[in-house]
Design a protein around this ligand. Sequence first.
Ligand code: ZN
Length: 347
Amino acid sequence: MADPLEQFLTEYVDAVGGLVEQLEPQVYDVLLPDVAIPQRIVLDPDALPEHPSAQLLTFGSTLLDDWLAHARARGQIGWMFLDDVHLTPHALAQRITREITLPEQITLRIENTRPLYVTHSIFWFEATFFGEEKEQALYPLALDRYYNRQVRYLDEWLEGERLAETRRWAFADAPAVPLAQAYLAARDAVTRTVRAEAHARQQDAHTRLALQTERMKRYYADVRAELEERIAKAQARGDEVTSLRARVETLNREERVRLEELARRAQVRVELQLVNLLHIKIPRLFLYTRPVAKQSQVLRPASLTLTWDPLIEKTDALVCPNCQRPTFALRVNRHGVLHCPECEPTR
Ligand SMILES: [Zn+2]
């Protein structure tokens, strides 16, 4: 098997667009895109005397640390396609009618259907919990950037072989909410989860703190009682007790400090950091429809866009034309305005 350092060297230089040439075993000339002359790199310290101008690439070397940091920074954002989906499902109109509930007198006439790539962004947040111990946890969160809605079905495809680096189809991308807006939505959702987790940890820490505090107070009370006893005996003998009194003072001070330290360590603090971001484009079928009433009532809006997800073979919740909330059911008021069951348009 290849030396992992050698493999990293060739892959890293290739990834950043540089050139690498092996001169002899463990000795390379590397030309990076941002420098004018090649740099000689040796992986074996014994080769250094023969190549005095070379830099040593080994575990713990500054060079390796720099390259690793750079490689990590580069790897934080990726683009992929998940598009080996079936785009002409059988009886699509019927499936949609089954999944969206409409008032009896209204039908949706499909005027046009076309696939568009919908960008999905997966944000990986790393939470670091500082308490008695430092612990880290990863929180992935996937957003559909067309609706800016959280999706929960992407996990199973992330490890699979269906992800591709190039697109299979030529059709256009659907509009996507700006990344900054998606990031805020993702961060809010993750913050809620992390806050609940921190709260649970805080409660555990408080329970432990109460136990530890009790134990520690008992210990100091015992030592103090012993000292007091010695003071009483010394006084009975008419001996000097100043040093013993000083020890009681020291003990009291030490107890205060250690109790404060316990309480301080029981405070759970969290840091949240975005460590990785992956954008996956997945085709979605866009259906441009015209709502039609049987009694030729004029309906608003005059057109309605629905989407069907070929990956999970489901109609997406549509955006309520009145309140913009996601819904699977539409109603119509006496003015012909379409709305969801959650809202009631006034006009
Ligand atoms: Zn509504």
